[in-house]
Design a protein around this ligand. Structure first.
Ligand code: ATP
Ligand code: MG
Length: 284
């Protein structure tokens, strides 16, 4: 079994590779909207907080249709990098381009984002149906739409995410894993081309993680999405990502899961000894 989804992936040989020990090759600058432009391009991105450089010369290029994993220890800058890609965090130097443009606000409607943490106050007043209705283009004034019309519009996405029974539940009463699925549904209703998921299984129990990633894989295929996935779960990264960036302030290494999941690469990323990763094929 090939654990790496092969659909619409670039041949890894076409990718810019940077071995851990040598610096980066600078990728060619894509300044146009040609179909071959990367969906995401970060060029020598720098971010500092209070004089501490959190991202240092980060360069990455993500072509259309890949599931790319971003791994790295706590505090290595993963969330900061996602926020920079979204234009929520200003770069101190360097550049972010999405869909070939550096005018990020002009393409934000094509981007879905599920943040690492979202804690809803118990008094958050909306049900799942009311919350998702906010996303429907035709229901800007959802109060005037019938419940049935809203439910019919969002049901396929809820079914896809496996949370249809939660339709009338209060958002504030959802478990962490249920909330993550509803938030992904919220992003999908916008029909994004790019989906950014920051540790989407943080609130999911271990048995639920596998089905969660399989669901992400199906969503990726069905919606022809490009996905950036922050994850600490190396076995899931191995199974579902087509390309991996290991971050620790700098991009320590990048490559296919097989290339990155060796001890030297991970040691470089995590700064500690990590046992080499062996992928086990599971009987289906
Ligand atoms: N707004 C901020 N102001 C000051 N420091 C910040 C800010 N945001 C992030 N940092 C710091 O930048 C560093 C990188 O944070 P970031 O959240 O990007 O790491 P991360 O890789 O996502 O970590 P985790 O795995 O714990 O989620 C951390 O040291 C963090 O404390
Ligand atoms: Mg984070």
């Amino acid at each position: 079994m090939n654990p790496i989804p092969s659909k619409s992936l670039l041949n890894p040989a076409d990718r810019v590779k940077s071995p851990c020990s040598c610096g980066h090759q600078q990728p060619p600058r894509a300044g146009d909207n040609s179909p071959n432009s990367p969906v995401v391009e970060v060029i020598q991105g720098e971010v500092a907080f209070n004089g501490t450089r959190v991202l240092r010369g980060v360069t990455l290029r993500i072509p259309q249709g890949e599931i790319v994993a971003l791994i790295g220890p706590n505090g290595s800058g993963k969330t900061t990098l996602l926020r920079s890609i979204l234009g929520l965090q200003r770069l101190d130097a360097g550049e972010v381009r999405l869909f070939g443009t550096s005018d990020l606000s002009s393409v934000m409607s094509r981007v879905g984002y599920v943040p690492q943490k979202l804690s809803l106050d118990r008094s958050f007043p909306l049900s799942v149906r009311e919350f998702l209705a906010l996303r429907l283009k035709q229901t800007h004034s959802w109060l005037w739409q019938s419940r049935r019309a809203v439910a019919d519009a969002i049901r396929p996405t809820l079914v896809e995410m496996g949370v249809e029974p939660l339709l009338e539940r209060p958002m504030a009463g959802l478990s962490g894993g249920q909330l993550q699925r509803v938030l992904i549904a919220f992003s999908l209703l916008q029909e994004p081309d790019l989906l950014l998921l920051d540790e989407p299984t943080a609130g999911v129990d271990t048995p639920g993680e596998q089905s969660f990633y399989e669901m992400i894989g199906r969503v990726h295929q069905r919606h022809k999405l490009t996905v950036i996935l922050v994850s600490h779960d190396l076995s899931m990264v191995y199974r579902h990502a087509s390309w991996v960036y290991a971050l620790n302030g700098v991009i320590c290494c990048e490559g296919t899961p097989e290339q990155v999941m060796n001890a030297d690469s991970l040691k470089q990323a995590y700064g500690i000894h990590v046992a080499p990763y062996h992928h086990h094929h599971h009987a289906q």
